[in-house]
Design a binder for this molecule. Structure first.
Ligand SMILES: C[S@@+](CC[C@H](N)C(=O)[O-])C[C@H]1O[C@@H](n2cnc3c(N)ncnc32)[C@H](O)[C@@H]1O
Length: 228
């Protein structure tokens, strides 16, 4: 059983910690480049769910004709605003979107859908299907179930990522790509502080015993067509 993690309380009370984690992710920029390429964003109207600090918002928005980035966390949206994403932001949960039916071509979300409670995930997927135009599509970035970051957190194995498993087996998503990404912090101390705060004391203790600042992080891009 993986040790408890603290992501939601960090979003609320220590958003800078999550911002530092987001900055460490994928120094080569592989994830956003591949997502934009596969989702074929040029000229589309796109909706981003759970944009957090907006780490991908500006880059994705610039490829689209129209873009809206949403998140329920005031603290994370404040950081997104500070980093230049203000023109695209709206505070809302993915389960209740204040949008008309069939008004977007793409729904995008990075590390959001797998971590919602099952009922909220189902509601968010139904909302995404409602707002997508026929012929549109939904694209997610989620953790792959293998790799050094998963091992560090004791979450390696398909069954240890139940949300990702549910999206693939019951949510109708296919794996469109697997990407070998990296988490790279500026120092061992920063890695221990940020990952300890997010992933809990077991991870902090592992990093005290064997300090390091770089971790392989495998991710998947999941895709499903418009429709319930
Ligand atoms: C792991 S973070 C990912 C943030 C961002 N997509 C990124 O890649 O950095 C999860 C995000 O989901 C947001 N979130 C939590 N519950 C949500 C919900 N019910 N609807 C939409 N977003 C939600 C959080 O506020 C947080 O920004």
């Amino acid at each position: 059983m993986p040790a408890p993690e603290h992501w939601p309380s960090v979003y609320r009370d220590r958003p800078e910690i999550f911002a530092a984690f987001a900055r460490a992710e994928d120094p080569q920029g592989r994830i956003v480049a591949r997502l934009a390429e596969l989702a074929n964003l040029e000229g589309t109207t796109a909706l981003e769910l759970g944009c957090g600090t907006g780490r991908y918002t500006t880059e994705l928005a610039q490829r689209c004709a129209r873009y809206l980035a949403t998140d329920p966390s005031p603290a994370l949206l404040e950081l997104a605003k500070r980093d230049g994403a203000a023109p695209w932001l709206l505070r809302t949960r993915a389960e209740r979107l204040p949008l008309k039916d069939h008004c977007v071509d793409r729904v995008l979300a990075t590390w959001v859908l797998a971590y919602l409670r099952p009922g909220d995930r189902a509601a968010a997927l139904a909302e995404a299907a409602r707002v997508l135009r026929p012929g549109g599509s939904m694209w997610l970035v989620e953790n792959h179930w293998d790799g050094e970051f998963q091992e560090l957190r004791d979450r390696a194995g398909y069954g240890a990522e139940p949300g990702v498993k549910a999206l693939i087996e019951a949510g109708g998503f296919r794996v469109a790509a697997r990407i070998e990404s990296e988490l790279r912090f500026d120092s061992n101390e920063e890695a221990a502080a940020i990952l300890g705060a997010l992933c809990g004391e077991t991870v902090a203790e592992k990093l005290r015993r064997a300090p390091r600042r770089s971790f392989g992080h495998e991710v998947v891009i999941l895709q499903r067509a418009a429709g319930p």
